[in-house]
Each structure stands twice: as structure tokens, then as C-alpha cells.
Write a new protein. Structure first.
Length: 315
């Protein structure tokens, strides 16, 4: 049902092949599965598959936790099948890293499987409302109904939560930058961090709701707190510190290039063209450059001017 509806969204929010070190990988219809450590798997979106974003799961000795649920419930069903093939333990938790539809559309699949869905409190507030904007003014009744039927998290937190899958501890931590309601999922005993869309590997980010200054700082926190971790980004391949540094560098470069152009008196179309030319020289090979580069510039210009509209946080 989602396929025709989400085709454009795959183009808008999805993923093309990225770079980064990976270990044993197996290819499935919607994703490539990477084994990151004992009982930890990343499901990396396969280009053109409608998965739309990355996901993954963590197996403890009593239960399983899943990170994000893709853009298409069929992809979530495919991952659930993989989980069942690896363990008979129950899928007890699903953490939504943020509200964007390419990370939550498959929530219903996990709810049906008995999982409790958790997220930062703003995710529950925004999931059925803010996601409407991705369809633009020509949203169809079917698309509207789909967004308004998304399954919401039933456990919400402000700053984070710690979960135990038996003996195995999973730390869910809230950090700012991508939407204003972003969580990362950390597995301390395996040194693995699922970053959601706070980190995009070799891929231009969607900055529609972003605070780039905060996102830069958050990536510095990643490097400081988890210097040798394996990072599973929201989009792009599994990465490490060098990839996080490169992504932070992109955001810094974007902001600085805009400020330099403004320093020369440039604005409007001329500024966009000039900045685009300069960032293309360094980042033109990154995934989604063609789709997101101009948007990244105009949205960051608005942010720097204090004129960017951001979703309103829960009171
Ligand atoms: Zn996102």
C-alpha cells in the first residue's frame, strides 16, 4: 500500500550507496545486513528498495531491541523475519530515533509483534502532524490518512532512558541537531552507536528541521564520548570516527561558506549559486548532493538569520 505513496519520499529522504568500513554483510531485498558485534546487526537501506533509511537490532539474553522501522512496513516485516531467524527471544522494544516518516512508517509491524515503542516526547507530538509537510501542498487524501495512522510511541522520555535486554544494557540518549527530538542508541558492551539522522555517512543530510550549530556540537560529542565506536548512521554505510569527522566538516564548511559569501555582500540566488559551486568541489560526490545541496544552503541561510521555522516542542 505504501509503495506508490512513498516512491517520491524514497527519492527525497532515502539513501544511495555510501562509504565506510563494514564487516560480514548479507544482502536482502530491502537492506544489507551487517554484523557489528555479538547480537548486533545494522540493516543498511538498499538503494531503490523503499526501505528509505537504516535500521538495526540488538539481541540481549532476554529480549531484542530494534532501532527505527523504515519508510515501508514491508521492509520492517522483512527485518522482523530476519530477527526471528536469529533468535527466539521476544522483540520487546522499538526505539524511534526521531519522527521523520522514513524512520517510523513501519512502527505498526513491531507493535503487532508485541514491542513497546519508545521515543523522545516530541516524536509522539510530531509523528502524525509534522510528517504531512513532506508531501507538500498536493498531498492526497490517502497520503494524509497514512501519516495520520502512523503508530505512535507509547513510552516517551525527555532526556533519555536505559533499557536492559537481560544483562545487556542499552543506553538511549537525547542529543540536539536534526529535529529537536533526536535519540541515539548506544550499546556500551559492544561499542556500537546508532545515531539516527544526527550523523549521515558520506551523504548530504536533510536539514529541514535542523539546527546545524547543535548538530555540529552533537557530532563533536560523538567523537569525544565514543572515539573508537562503530557508528550506524540514519543514512549511508556503517562508519567510524573519520566518517563522523567528515560529516561534521561538511556542516562546518556549509555554514562558513555561506558566511563568507554574505561577507562579500552576496544574497539570494547569487549566494546560493556561489556557495553551491564551492561545496560541490568538496562534496559533489556525496550521496544526495543533487537533491539536498541547494536546500541545505537556503535552509542554513534562514537558520543563520534566525528565520528558520522549526517544529514546536511539546510543552
Ligand atoms: Zn530524519
Amino acid at each position: 500500500m505504501l509503495r506508490p505513496i512513498t516512491r517520491n519520499l524514497v527519492l527525497m529522504l532515502g539513501l544511495l550507496a555510501g562509504s565506510g568500513g563494514v564487516r560480514a554483510a548479507t544482502t536482502h531485498a530491502y537492506f544489507t545486513l551487517h554484523h557489528l558485534g555479538k547480537g548486533i546487526w545494522a540493516a543498511i537501506d538498499k538503494p531503490g528498495s523503499h526501505a528509505g533509511s537504516n535500521s538495526g537490532f540488538i539481541i540481549g539474553d532476554k529480549a531484542v531491541l530494534v532501532v527505527d522501522s523504515f519508510e515501508d512496513p514491508a521492509a520492517a516485516k522483512a527485518l522482523l523475519k530476519v530477527i526471528h531467524s536469529k533468535t527466539h527471544l521476544p522483540v520487546r522494544y522499538l526505539v524511534n530515533t526521531h519522527y521523520h516518516l522514513d524512520h517510523v512508517a513501519g512502527n505498526g509491524v513491531y507493535r503487532k509483534a508485541g514491542a513497546v515503542i519508545l521515543a523522545q516526547r516530541n516524536v509522539r507530538t510530531w509523528e502524525r502532524t509534522e510528517n504531512l509537510k513532506f508531501f507538500g501542498s498536493k498531498i492526497t487524501p490517502a497520503q494524509k490518512k497514512m501519516v495520520q495512522s502512523f503508530v505512535l510511541p507509547e513510552v516517551v522520555y525527555r532526556h533519555g532512558i536505559e533499557l536492559y535486554l537481560g544483562h545487556r544494557k542499552v543506553v538511549v540518549r537525547v542529543l540536539p541537531g536534526h529535529t529537536g527530538g533526536d535519540s541515539i542508541v548506544v550499546v556500551p558492551d559492544a561499542n556500537v552507536v546508532f545515531t539516527g539522522d544526527l550523523f549521515w555517512n558520506h551523504t548530504l543530510p536533510n536539514l529541514i528541521d535542523a539546527n546545524t550549530a547543535a548538530q555540529i556540537h552533537t557530532n563533536t560529542v560523538f567523537l569525544h564520548d565514543y572515539p573508537s565506536a562503530t557508528f550506524v548512521p540514519g543514512h549511508g554505510e556503517v562508519g567510524h570516527a573519520a566518517n563522523v569527522r567528515a560529516f561534521r566538516g561538511y556542516l562546518e564548511n556549509l555554514r562558513q561558506t555561506i558566511k563568507n559569501a554574505q561577507g562579500k555582500g552576496e544574497q539570494g540566488k547569487k549566494l546560493v549559486q556561489d556557495v553551491l559551486r564551492q561545496i560541490k568541489a568538496r562534496y559533489g560526490e556525496w550521496n544526495y548532493f543533487g537533491y539536498f545541496a541547494s536546500k541545505n544552503i537556503t535552509q542554513t541561510v534562514a537558520e543563520l538569520a534566525g528565520k528558520k521555522h522549526l517544529p514546536e516542542a511539546s510543552p
